[in-house]
Write a protein of this length. Sequence first.
Length: 158
Amino acid sequence: MNTPAFRRLAFLLLALLGLAPLHAQREKLPMEDLEIVEKKWPEAKRTYTGLRYIILKPGDVAGPSPEKGMEVSVLYKGMLIDGTVFDQSPDEKSPLKMRLGRGGLIEGWEQAIQKMHKGEKWLLIIPPEMAYGARGRPPTIKRNATLVFEMELVDFAK
């Protein structure tokens, strides 16, 4: 039974079976958090790295996005998946300023900010491995916590 049709069918089945593990590898949210995210924010877009986001307020889409090495200013509110706020900008006049690509930010922030445009506000859902991972940030952020941020890119410069 080594006909061309049989070989094509066997190849197709193997290819389909091979896609399932790839999909599972890309999903980085813990299963219980994934259920919450899909129910609470079904419209969230997912990047290839597993980061999820919703554009809450459009910005200057004709303008550039920040790059590594640039100083960015952001307003933010950080929450646990249950909505508990663990950190936030003191007020709109006091954005957090930091430089991209220097290792001072969690990976989820680094990736998201480089996709944003000036003036944009995002809801950002960050899987644990792109945030504080297995170590967490005691006492406010437990181990393997999915984090949710409202972030606004106020400005950026070289």
